[in-house]
Design a binder for this molecule. Structure first.
Ligand code: ZN
Length: 87
C-alpha cells in the first residue's frame, strides 16, 4: 500500500515528525544526520504521517516495528508501515 504523500522535494508536501527541522526526524534523541530515507506510518483517523530519517534511524524504526510491535500485537507489517524507502 502506498501513501498519498509525494516526495518531490517541495517544502509543502511532507509533514515532518519530530519538530519539523531539516535533519533526521528521530525523536528518541537528537540526530543531526541528513535524512536519506522515509517511513510512512498510519495515524488514527485513516491518515498517514511521513518521517524523514537517516539510514540508521530508519532501520531502527523498521526493526522496532518488526521485532517489538509485531511480536506484541498480532498485526500485519502492511498495517504498521504504509510505505518506506530511500529518498
Ligand atoms: Zn537519525
Amino acid at each position: 500500500m502506498s501513501a498519498a504523500t509525494s516526495l518531490d522535494g517541495s517544502d509543502t508536501d511532507i509533514a515532518l515528525d519530530g519538530g519539523g527541522g531539516p535533519g533526521c526526524a528521530w525523536t528518541e534523541a537528537v540526530c543531526t544526520a541528513a535524512p536519506t530515507h522515509f517511513l510512512t506510518l498510519p495515524v488514527p483517523g485513516g491518515e498517514s504521517s511521513t518521517a524523514l530519517l537517516c539510514r540508521r534511524h530508519w532501520l531502527a524504526s523498521l526493526a522496532y516495528r518488526i521485532e517489538v510491535t509485531m511480536e506484541v500485537h498480532p498485526v500485519a507489517f502492511d498495517d504498521l508501515v504504509l510505505d518506506y524507502g530511500e529518498l
